[in-house]
Design a protein around this ligand. Structure first.
Ligand code: DQA
Length: 154
């Protein structure tokens, strides 16, 4: 008799990576980012992932090198893709961009706000060229749309 495998083992794993200050969502700059908390975003992503038949692993860090390590770990663990909001590091981090390129995993970059409508220093994303695409400006929906697009890719 072949051993029954838990169905979750067959599911593709996606890393959801949140950058600095996103742990403050719901409390920080509500006019820009809204009232939604990171926990709510994660739980809505989890529900969508169930519908899409994928499994999510959530990580948040305020530390650049830690985000780099999470991306390396994802590559080692045969993660299928990365949904990332690099937050402020979007505009500054050569290290996160290089980690995404090194990992060679399909990644989708998301932003709650429309970074192109805001200060000029936010118009440039160093990380987006290392991603399949970018969803920006739809609040929590950016994450949900990003997940759908990523699952379609993997
Ligand atoms: C952000 C946009 C970034 O410019 C900013 O630094 C953030 C959040 C967004 O989701 O809109 O922290 O990534």
């Amino acid at each position: 008799m072949p051993k029954k495998r838990k169905s979750s083992h067959k599911k593709k794993q996606i890393l959801v990576l949140h950058g600095p200050n996103l742990n403050m969502l719901g409390k920080r700059e509500k006019k820009i980012y809204g009232k939604v908390s990171l926990e709510k975003i994660n739980s809505d992503l989890k529900s969508l992932a169930e519908e899409l038949g994928v499994e999510l692993k959530f990580k948040q860090s305020n530390i650049e090198g830690e985000l780099v390590n999470f991306i390396h770990d994802a590559a080692k663990n045969k993660t299928a893709g990365i949904l990332i909001n690099p937050a402020a590091y979007t505009h500054t981090s050569v290290a996160i961009r290089d980690a995404l390129l090194a990992a060679k995993l399909p990644a989708v970059e998301v932003h709650l706000s429309n970074i192109y409508q805001r200060e000029e220093f936010r118009h440039k994303s160093l990380t987006a060229p290392a991603c399949v695409g970018q969803v920006t400006g739809f609040g929590k929906m950016s994450y949900l749309l990003g997940l759908m697009a990523l699952v379609n890719r993997i």
